[in-house]
Structures are given as C-alpha cells and as structure tokens.
Design a protein around this ligand. Structure first.
Ligand code: SER
Length: 313
C-alpha cells in the first residue's frame, strides 16, 4: 500500500485506522472519506472528502484524483441498526460494496473488505468455528457480509483484483464508540465502569462472542494487506479473534482493577437473538498460517489499557 482511500472513516474502525495508516504511510497518502464531515482527527489529520459509497462514479473520481492504489472499504451499517432498516442496510452495505468493487476494478486498486462474525448463523458450528463452514446468517447485515465475501472472491477470480478481507469479531476501543452493533456492550461496559462504576447489560449472562482490542485489529489490516499474495490460500473472510468471553468474565476482569464494579442485566431480545446466532469462538488457524495474524492483547491486558485510557468524566 502506498496511497490509500478509506471509506466509512467516521466509524469506530475508521477513526482508529485513519490515524494508524497516516502514521505508517504518511498523512497525505491516506484520504479519509465519509458521508459527513465532522471535526476531529479524521477530517483534520490529513486529506478528507465527503463520499456516499452508493455513488460509484464519485468513488472512481476520488481514486483517480488521489492516485490511490488501495481502497479500504469500511462504510456500512452495523448489525442491530441494520435490522431496524433492512432496505437502507442492503443499499449501503451490499450496493455500496458493489459500487466500490467496480470502481476498484476500473482503477486496478487493491481492495480490503471487512466481513464479520455475523457472516455465520444458527446452523454454523458455534465452538471453534472453522474457516470454511456453513454460512447461513439470519440477519440482513450477515447476509450482506456473506454476499460481500463471495463478491470479493469473484472479483479476484474473474478480474484478478487484489481483494483481501477478514471476519472481524466485536472490536473494543476507547476512541470513537461503535454505533448500533450487537457486540457494542463490550465497549459500553468499560465506559460505564469508568463513569458510573456499574453497567446494565443488554446481552445476557453466559453469551459468548469473539472479541479483539482495536490495536490488534489495525495491525491485522496492515499485515493482511502487506502479506505476500503467494502465501494466501484464502483471500477474503479470514476468521480473526483474540478472545472469547461472556459478560460475567469481562465484569470479573474489570473488578480486578475496579473492585466495586457491578454488573446487572436488562436483556434486549433483538440483540440477544443476533448474539445467539453468532459463533462462541472462531478457529483462526488460516489467518495465523497464511499471513501471520498474531494478536497481542488478551482480556486482562485490554481491560487495563481501556480503563487507563478512557476519559474519567
Ligand atoms: N461488531 C459488529 C456488530 O455487532 C459485528 O460485526 O454489529
């Protein structure tokens, strides 16, 4: 990667990734885009443009004017928000991806697509979920992710486009908050722990999901995009995860730093149903062996860092 165009830059991953890529590749070589301009590091730390990803012509024009060799396509609605408006979710997540892939094809750009644990469903084996297995999700978000993985594979097969991607687990970070996902509780719990000393979880006791700390997610994107293509057996939808926990375990980890922290529950049936349809833990062997995925943070090292870095007020 030398010159990068990033979509969905105002989101939880986008804010952190724009900063990370600008540090590595130079601020002027990373153009961040999103549907709106908001004050902050994304729009002020380097080039920024307003972009609706459903507008393929506009994506193409930006690829041409920035001279980008890589398109990192993050724009999309998260799982819970998608269920509230499936039409908008498909338009943004599926049609937006198609528009971005077509623009990348016309300009010969490498392409990154973030799939998700949501690409799995109730009939997928839930424990140690294999890289290649049943994918029959029950959410519009997950259906668009499966279609996206297949479409990215197809563009590689048919046009030789250098498409690559991972299945992100829940991502935890202290910068931009996530907006409308199912795994978001694992971010909110830290924010409330610091501010109030307690948290009410919308995800029930005993619900395991895969998770990862943002620095490991950022490292994974760069590692995969810079990996030797000769070593890639898969291209898109690599399983990646650093840990799997349920609410009581993250609460116990927080209590090792804030002993008085309390966790109670008010389960949201809609998000609980989504969580129940997702894997408990992923098998990440393909990512480890094909491009050296190796996350650094476990639950306790992440907890310590989160609680140190989150603003107290
Ligand atoms: N973290 C996402 C969500 O909860 C899954 O990709 O929607």
């Amino acid at each position: 990667m030398k010159k990068i165009l990033l979509t969905g830059s105002n989101g939880q991953i986008g804010v952190a990734l724009a900063e990370h890529l600008r540090k590595i590749y130079g601020a002027n070589n990373v153009t961040a885009t999103d549907i709106a301009k908001v004050p902050g590091s994304v729009s002020e730390g380097g080039p920024f443009a307003i972009l609706d990803v459903r507008d393929g012509k506009a994506i193409g024009e930006l690829l041409a004017s920035t001279g980008a060799d890589t398109l990192i396509h993050l724009a999309g609605l998260l799982s819970a928000k998608s269920e509230m408006n499936p039409q908008l979710a498909w338009d943004t997540n599926a049609n937006g991806l198609y528009a971005a892939l077509e623009a990348a094809r016309e300009h010969g750009c490498a392409f990154f697509f973030p799939s998700s644990i949501a690409a799995f469903g109730p009939s997928t084996p839930h424990k140690n979920t294999p890289q290649d297995t049943i994918q029959h999700p029950a959410t519009i978000y997950g259906i668009a992710k499966v279609a996206g993985e297949l479409l990215c594979d197809y563009y590689h097969l048919k046009y030789g486009l250098d498409t690559r991607g991972v299945r992100f687990p829940g991502l935890i970070s202290y910068t931009a908050p996530p907006g409308g996902g199912t795994t978001d509780y694992a971010v909110h719990i830290y924010r409330d722990a610091v501010k109030k000393g307690s948290y009410v979880s919308y995800i029930g006791k005993g619900t395991y999901m895969d998770m990862m700390y943002m620095p490991d997610a950022l490292d994974a994107v760069v590692r995969l995009m810079e990996a030797d293509p000769g070593k890639l057996v898969h291209r898109n939808g690599f399983n990646i995860s650093a840990m799997s926990f349920e609410p009581e375990e993250i609460a116990a980890s927080i209590r090792r730093v804030i002993p008085a922290f309390t966790l109670t529950y008010d389960v949201d049936p809609a998000r609980q149903a989504i969580a129940d349809s997702w894997p408990d833990s992923l098998d990440c062997t393909a990512a480890r062996t094909e491009w050296g995925f190796s996350p650094e943070y476990d639950l306790d090292t992440m907890t310590k860092d989160m609680l140190e870095k989150l603003p107290k007020a």
